[in-house]
Design a protein around this ligand. Structure first.
Ligand SMILES: NC(=O)c1ccc[n+]([C@@H]2O[C@H](COP(=O)([O-])OP(=O)(O)OC[C@H]3O[C@@H](n4cnc5c(N)ncnc54)[C@H](OP(=O)(O)O)[C@@H]3O)[C@@H](O)[C@H]2O)c1
Length: 313
């Protein structure tokens, strides 16, 4: 394990927050999972020292510290005492408990990385004089640390903090090659839900497509081999043309006959799948109208096709 630097407990202070330069910022992590691995490796790669890690299990903390020459494994209290900036990277449900249990201090900042959890759950740290904030990268980090690390640059990071800490966190985001985003008050949970539509719900939609392949005996692998090139093309079209203008498919062409055939086939497989299809098509009609690709008559034709009751299909 790399343990060349020890946590400096003598630097507990009640002084006002005067963050050191990023190269001298002592960063710690409580929670050594997927996000902590990606973020700590990325910080090290851009010259920001990660000096301490604690986790529920020593094995996880050790695995993270082993990849970081300046980092040592310790308990949460020692990470707090020895670090200028502590990332709470436990599961969301544990953040408030950790915030209550750890002895925080003035002259440090405590930040969680959850998209939906209010920053206010860190209030115990604020009451002890620390600055508190949120630092949420809009990215999905899996178990493969290399892939997670590679997926960080270019991400948007939602930052919520008082001005002194906000400036530091924006500087960190820039140093990581990310785009810092300060959200308006009250937008945090909606921002996080938007990520679900661009990630989790894409899996759910592809899951529906795969179920259709499985309905004639094909495997998930066969389905993915056929669908992934389409999905990649869709992402490229989104990037190139935007949401409305680039939308393909029968709805955008006003092809009500094909919509009727789809509904019939889907109803036979699973009425809930047909119901989801109907809802998505209605969103598609609005997008096609917005893009000027569907006139009022075309839209009315598709909507009539969507209104046919299931027992008439
Ligand atoms: N993964 C992502 O894609 C992603 C993206 C953006 C934001 N986030 C946010 O990042 C945070 C961490 O998520 P994650 O995906 O990295 O989770 P994770 O992979 O499940 O890792 C969580 C880590 O926290 C440790 N832990 C659990 N309870 C603890 C406690 N009471 N005290 C200290 N450590 C504890 C775990 O324990 P062990 O020691 O047993 O391993 C594990 O190492 C969450 O707030 C999440 O919303 C995640």
């Amino acid at each position: 394990m790399g343990a060349s630097h020890t946590l400096d407990r003598s630097k507990t202070s009640t002084q006002a927050w005067e963050p050191p330069a990023l190269e001298a910022l002592r960063v710690g992590f409580i929670g050594a999972g997927r996000l902590a691995r990606a973020l700590s490796l990325a910080l090290q790669a851009v010259g920001v020292p990660v000096v301490g890690v604690a986790s529920r299990s020593e094995a996880s903390a050790r695995a993270l510290a082993d990849a970081l020459p300046a980092c040592r494994v310790s308990d949460s209290a020692a990470v707090s005492q020895g670090c200028d900036l502590v990332f709470l990277t436990s599961p969301d449900a544990r953040i408030a408990d950790i915030a209550r249990a750890v002895p925080w201090r003035a002259g440090q900042a405590v930040v969680h990385c959850s998209g939906a959890t209010p920053v206010a759950v860190l209030r115990p740290a604020a009451e002890a004089g620390a600055l508190i904030g949120g630092f949420h990268p809009m990215q999905a980090f899996g178990a493969d640390a290399g892939a997670a690390l590679a997926s960080l640059p270019g991400c948007t990071v939602a930052i919520e903090a008082p001005p002194a800490l906000e400036a530091l966190l924006h500087g960190l985001a820039r140093r990581l090659g990310c785009v810092g985003l300060s959200l308006p008050p009250g937008a945090r949970v909606r921002y996080h839900a938007s990520g679900g539509y661009a990630s989790q719900h894409v899996h759910a939609l592809v899951g529906e497509a795969v179920r259709l392949w499985q309905s004639w005996g094909a495997t998930e692998r066969q389905a993915l081999d056929a669908l992934l090139p389409l999905l990649r093309g869709t992402l490229e079209s989104l990037a190139r043309s935007g949401v409305a203008a680039g939308m393909p498919g029968p709805v955008s062409r006003g092809d009500a006959g094909t919509v009727r055939l789809h509904r019939q086939a889907l109803e036979a497989v699973d009425p809930e799948m047909r119901d989801l299809y109907d809802r998505l098509c209605r969103r598609g009609v609005a997008l096609a109208r917005q893009a000027g690709r569907l006139d009022a008559d075309g839209a009315a034709g598709v909507e009539r096709a969507l209104e046919a009751p299931p027992d008439a299909l």
